[in-house]
Design a protein around this ligand. Structure first.
Ligand code: SP5
Ligand code: ZN
Length: 345
């Protein structure tokens, strides 16, 4: 399988995130992608290529232009507030929750930081935009490879993407690489595309982007939002709206779920994708379902990920894999490449 690797991923390098009233070291760190690359090379898994260059048009197919413009200039605005900010990650402090307006665009940078985000766990750093933008190019290049006839391709990038919505960041995510890939597959002629999100956390951004659309099916297996991040989306009764009614499937599972239980949900998701009639598949590949993950609650073992890949391959669809979460840094490479190997076998 071809991997499209984001050589610029380490330009996004958050130091700390807010957790229970303290700034704690980031879980989403550059070493995560380094370990995956190292494991691909150790197993001689396939070619690792650089992305092609794309303009912002493919990104604004999914994201609001004013959000993209904000992200592109956010670090400079943060430093302009106070030169000492160059030494610290940027965080939001204010959010326009219910009863506030979200159609305004305040001149204040801290106000726009909150307008375009939903949590305090996603530091923005000097190179976040460059890294995220290169990541979107990886997803788009992976789509090109599949459109050129490859059975599959893997976009190996960070920061991850599936929590980012059309006009907000959060959950360590800034640009929604999986959504950008799905839209690019549609734009290249696939009539129906499915996004299958196997990250431990619900892909709230991807769901929101496609919620009212009948041409992109979104299915997600994840920790029950009653107890797990992102808490406010990912419930089983969210089935899509308008033309998209029936094109959204959430399969929340209780904390502590093991592979047997998880795999039954995977079978349900794949059956739904088959009856939807998808012509191409995007997999939001998070491996934070691993038992040893420090922030998650499922119990998959490393060997189980090979079976996950085999189950995905049985769908028989051209498949773009996009790297998402997975924070057990020492095992993230093994678990990710296990999925890809199970798929390729
Ligand atoms: C892409 C992705 O997997 N994003 C996940 C974002 C989760 N953010 C909330 C993390 C809460 C951290 N909990 C720390 C528990 C330490 N014992
Ligand atoms: Zn996750």
């Amino acid at each position: 399988m071809i991997t499209i690797y984001n050589h610029h991923h380490a330009l996004h390098h958050g130091k700390v995130e807010m957790f229970r009233g303290e700034l704690v070291p980031c879980f989403e760190i550059p070493a995560r992608a380094d370990y995956v690359l190292q494991e691909l090379e150790r197993r001689n898994f396939g070619p690792v290529q650089a992305p092609s260059e794309f303009g912002n048009e493919a990104i604004t197919r999914v994201h609001a232009r004013r959000y993209v413009d904000f992200l592109a200039g956010a670090w400079d605005e943060w430093v302009a507030l106070d030169p000492a900010n160059a030494q610290r990650d940027a965080f939001p402090s204010y959010w326009p929750i219910r009863t506030f307006r979200s159609d305004v665009l305040p001149a204040s940078f801290p106000a726009r930081m909150g307008l375009f985000s939903y949590d305090a766990g996603s530091p923005l750093t000097s190179g976040t935009w460059q890294a995220a933008r290169a990541g979107a190019c990886c997803a788009l290049t992976a789509v090109q490879r599949v459109n050129a006839g490859a059975r599959s391709a893997f976009a190996l990038t960070r920061p991850p993407g599936h929590h980012a919505g059309a006009d907000f960041f959060g959950g360590y995510c800034f640009l929604n690489n999986a959504a950008i890939a799905a839209q690019a597959l549609r734009d290249a002629g696939a009539a129906r595309v499915a996004v299958l999100d196997v990250d431990f956390h619900h892909g709230n951004g991807t769901q929101a982007i496609f919620y009212d659309r009948s041409d992109v099916f979104f299915a997600s297996l994840h920790g029950d939002p009653h107890t797990e991040y992102p808490y406010y989306l990912g419930y089983a009764d969210e089935q899509g709206e308008g033309a998209g009614l029936g094109a959204n499937l959430n399969l929340p599972l209780p904390r502590g779920s093991d592979f047997a239980r998880w795999r039954e949900a995977l079978a349900r998701a794949l059956a739904a994708i088959a009856s939807f009639g998808a012509e191409a598949l995007v997999v939001s590949l998070g491996v934070d379902t691993f038992a040893g993950d420090p922030i998650s609650g499922f119990r998959l073992q490393s060997a189980d990920f090979v079976q996950v890949g085999a189950d995905l391959a049985a769908a028989g669809l051209p498949t773009v894999f996009v790297f998402e979460g997975g924070y057990a840094v020492a095992e993230v490479g093994i678990n990710t490449v296990n999925v890809l190997e199970g798929f390729a076998q």
